[in-house]
Design a protein around this ligand. Structure first.
Ligand SMILES: [Zn+2]
Length: 336
């Protein structure tokens, strides 16, 4: 075991560490200052969420303005647009950032917005945040499938070079999206429903279709989705290993969904998500989200997770892929 920890530490130090989604709701510069938590944990790249269907689309545009200005003023965070940019940021010892949007209400019905968001640094977009919208179905709503608008958006995302992200969407929408997309599709932060039956988790055939497209599923660190509110590295590793066995190590990644409560500054794994939940019960049905604090695993656990995966018998190359190499491979194909 000690040997695994030493090897894991050396792998972790040298690996590209990719976190496919941060969970904090961007409202203030204070939220961006929490990015130091990822940097200090050795994360090389993070996708920062700038908006979701719960808020008006204009909030997303303002958040992009705030985040772009803040990152521009930092010496150790770089906004990147391509994998070559990302590699340059990493070589300089900087953490690379792109943005993501959770839900296509942010397009306000206009396909042209896809290119605009891409120009502003968005590299991944979810169809629908839990509830149905003009693009498709959400995971906590009637299973409606993609709309014509949603199909057009996929074509445009493929064209401009943005990840088609199936997390948060309903079953039919994800299966249709994976059939239509001309490039690999991802689930940036979704866990196996076979291990914990929650509507935000995904069925095996969804994960298999993602892998068949050449894509990656990122394992989420939120206790409600991991099951039993257990955010331990052991439980996250269990979810990772489930997908390693089902879809192969080349198609598994990390999308922790972590946030630190910037107001309280607490780092006890308790997020501020319960406040948003209680204010918007439509987006988070109470029967799926029992009341109380929502816990999330932290980026600082990734080192221990790498060690667990080695102990499970994965090769160094497989662990390096899960830590970030797999998402990087797909980004090279999709973003350029
Ligand atoms: Zn999410």
């Amino acid at each position: 075991m000690v040997e695994h920890i030493q090897v894991a530490n050396s792998i972790y130090e040298n690996a590209l560490v990719w976190d496919a989604h941060a969970g904090f709701e961007l409202t203030h510069e204070r939220d961006l200052e929490t990015l130091s938590v990822w940097r200090d944990a050795g994360v090389s790249y993070l996708s920062v969420n700038v908006g979701y269907d719960v808020r008006d689309w204009r909030v997303t545009v303002k958040n992009l303005a705030l985040a772009r200005r803040w990152i521009d003023a930092q010496s150790d965070f770089d906004l990147v647009g391509t994998v070559a940019d990302l590699d340059r940021a990493r070589a300089a010892g900087h953490m690379a950032i792109t943005f993501d949007i959770e839900g296509m209400c942010a397009l306000d019905g206009s396909i042209d917005m896809v290119q605009l968001y891409h120009d502003l640094g968005v590299r991944q977009m979810v169809f629908a945040y839990n509830l149905n919208n003009a693009a498709g179905g959400g995971c906590h709503d009637k299973d409606i499938g993609l709309t014509d608008f949603g199909r057009d958006v996929i074509r445009e995302m493929n064209e401009v070079g943005m990840f088609v992200d199936c997390s948060h969407a309903g079953y039919r929408t994800t299966m249709e999206a994976m059939e239509i997309s001309q490039v690999p599709v991802i689930f940036s932060h979704s866990n196996p429903r076979a291990l914990h039956d929650h509507e935000r988790n995904i069925w095996d055939d969804q994960a298999l279709a993602c892998a068949a497209s050449g894509g990656v599923v990122g394992i989420n660190g939120i206790g409600v989705f991991l099951g039993d509110d257990d955010i331990s590295s052991a439980n996250m590793s269990r979810h990772i290993m489930y997908y390693v066995q089902l879809i192969g190590a080349d198609h598994v990644g990390i999308g922790i969904d972590y946030e630190i409560n910037a107001d309280s500054g607490s780092d006890d794994g308790v997020t501020g998500l319960d406040i948003a939940l209680s204010e918007n019960p439509d987006f988070w049905p109470p029967e799926q989200y029992p009341g109380g604090a929502i816990k999330c695993a932290a980026p600082s656990q990734l080192r221990e997770i790498a060690s667990n995966l080695l102990a499970e018998g994965l090769s160094k190359a497989e662990v390096v892929g899960i830590l970030g190499g797999n998402f990087r491979r797909v980004a090279k194909l999709v973003w350029g």
